[in-house]
Write a protein that binds this ligand. Structure first.
Ligand code: MG
Length: 283
């Protein structure tokens, strides 16, 4: 069977920037609007307006059976939550995942945030710590991509980083868990392509990291055990033990002069700085 190369040409990398920018703008809008009392469906509609206003279409709607622009996953839901009518509440930990297709190219990104709740400072602090570990694990993985020879070095770096963070604040005897049921992916003409991008160490090296590689790196970290199940809605992935979950994701291009985070407004400069990596714009 013919398979398209996983490596994109310089012109194709340039073409992917618009999809990345539309994805970033849609998620920024969701982040701007989220508050207690707002519903996931309202964020979903707003994100769709942004993407269509930039000449794109929500690529999650291209996934068979899925009709929304975003996935919105609250508390113990990890990923693939379907936006609904239940309003956000103070203290929720919310993961929002979305993507845009522009001119036949795709972007995919996700972030987590915790809604303030002054009545439950311990819960909020533990959830913010979980999101922070996950976000920094993502940037650690992206930073590794800048110097990796093979793709699976990214997952090893993420795993080591998460292990160094100790355990959840509300139960230091436990460890943060890295989901293994779901992993990142290549991205290009379609949202999900080869190769898989693991968030943990595996015994294969993976493909060579070289110009033209574009991957969505997306650690999913939980405050408990890594077992999950899919809810009766047939989409929402939830922790089996009810522990909180966080999910951060970016689409990242490797090019001739360095790496560039397609779905970050600054190309990843701020997130990569603590790891000593400077992104280079795609020429
Ligand atoms: Mg993804």
């Amino acid at each position: 069977m013919f398979r398209r190369s996983i490596y994109k040409s310089p012109a194709e990398l340039r073409a992917m920037q618009a999809a990345g920018a539309a994805t970033a703008a849609a998620l920024a809008e969701a982040r701007r609007l989220i508050a207690p009392g707002v519903t996931p469906l309202e964020l979903d509609a707003a994100a769709e307006r942004v993407i269509r206003g930039l000449g794109g279409r929500p690529n999650f709607q291209l996934v068979p059976g899925y009709r929304h622009t975003l996935c919105v996953s609250v508390d113990d839901d990890v990923v693939h939550g379907i936006p609904g009518e239940r309003a956000f509440r103070a203290g929720d930990i919310v993961s929002i995942d979305g993507g845009a297709e522009v001119d036949g190219w795709n972007g995919d990104a996700a972030f987590t945030l915790v809604l303030p709740d002054p009545s439950r400072p311990d819960v909020v602090a533990a959830r913010e710590a979980l999101s922070s570990v996950t976000e920094r694990a993502l940037w650690r993985g992206i930073a590794e991509l800048a110097s990796a020879r093979h793709l699976n070095e990214v997952g090893a770096a993420i795993e080591d980083f998460v292990r160094e963070q100790g355990g959840p604040a509300d139960d230091p005897a436990r460890r943060y868990g890295i989901l293994t049921d779901y992993v990142g992916h290549g991205i290009g003409r379609t949202m999900h392509e080869e190769p898989p991008v693991f968030n943990y160490r595996v015994d294969r090296r993976g493909p060579a990291v070289k110009p033209g590689l574009v991957v969505a790196i997306e650690p999913m970290i939980v405050a408990g055990a890594i077992e999950t199940f899919v809810r009766d809605d047939e989409w929402t992935v939830t922790t089996a033990d009810g522990a909180d979950a966080a999910h951060w994701e970016h689409s990242v291009a490797v090019h001739e002069h360095g790496i560039w985070v397609l779905t970050a407004e600054d190309g990843g400069a701020a997130g990569l700085r603590p790891f000593g990596v400077e992104p280079v714009p795609i020429a």
